[in-house]
Design a protein around this ligand. Structure first.
Ligand SMILES: [Zn+2]
Ligand SMILES: [Zn+2]
Length: 268
């Protein structure tokens, strides 16, 4: 799906969601949405930008919150402004145990639909112990696992900090979302390709962890991702402003300028 097609789909979704009560049930046939609820980059002035990352995947078999940002008040505020009822989240998937991805957990109201909390194996127990889980069961994800129809968690990629990415198998290829990509955005894409071969990578978004890299190194990474077949890219969160500039130059019209409030339409 090209950016223009995504924009058309997004317009349909937005028209369908004019009423707050209808956002998660607003059905565009075979379309999912990826909504960035928490990010340090601002694209919608109604929302609060703050260091961290969270996105909601809706329209798939299960409604999935991927990460929670750092602060539950900010996550709740942004969800309210976007007419998203976090009680309807079925599954919480945490990319890794850093506070800017986990500490907003309290924004999921008591009495919610949440039954599954999926963390990469090796996730810090002391962080898990602080989460108010209520009726939710914790699942440790060890390798590529299908969370619900067409949505996968990678389990921990590489060694070191336990971190996983989430992948949606969309009609035009894989949509990959990363939290911080501490182990390298290229390694994550290569691992996903090895586990889900013969599928194009339609879209790669999230934290690419490039704040410490200089312009030349970032350009090498962006071009390597293109060589691997990444068609569209949206670096945000811990990618940094320099990476956003370089990716914009390398990916040209296939670069996505993301921030809190971005809604991406995904045809399933
Ligand atoms: Zn991190
Ligand atoms: Zn982070």
């Amino acid at each position: 799906m090209s950016i223009r097609q995504r924009a058309a789909l997004l317009l349909i979704i937005l028209i369908a969601s004019v009423s707050c009560s209808s956002f998660l049930s607003a059905h565009v046939e075979s379309a999912a949405t990826l909504t960035i609820l928490y990010d340090n980059n601002q694209v919608d002035s109604r929302l609060r930008a703050h260091w961290g990352f969270s996105c909601l995947i809706a329209g798939t078999e299960k409604t999935i919150l991927f990460d929670t940002g750092a602060n539950s008040s900010i996550l709740s505020f942004n969800a309210d402004r976007l007419c998203i009822d976090l009680r309807l989240v079925d599954v919480l998937a945490l990319s890794h145990a850093h506070a800017d991805h986990c500490e907003g957990f309290g924004a999921i109201p008591t009495g919610s639909e949440l039954r599954r909390v999926c963390v990469p194996s090796g996730f810090r127990q002391d962080v898990l112990d602080r989460l108010p889980l209520e009726d939710a069961e914790v699942e440790e994800i060890d390798g590529l696992t299908e969370l619900c129809q067409g949505v996968f968690l990678t389990g921990p990629v590489g060694s070191g900090i336990a971190e996983q990415a989430i992948v949606i198998d969309a009609s035009d290829g894989l949509v990959i979302v990363t939290g911080c990509a501490h182990l390298g955005i290229v390694s994550i894409v290569e691992t996903i390709q090895a586990n889900l071969p013969n599928r194009p990578i339609a879209l790669l978004v999230g934290g690419f962890h490039l704040l410490q890299e200089d312009e030349a190194a970032i350009e090498v990474i962006a071009r390597r991702l293109q060589e691997l077949g990444v068609q569209e890219a949206g670096p945000t969160h811990c990618s940094g402003d320099l990476a956003r500039t370089v990716f914009r130059q390398v990916f040209e019209e296939s670069y996505l300028d993301l921030g809190v409030g971005t809604i991406i339409g995904i045809a399933l």
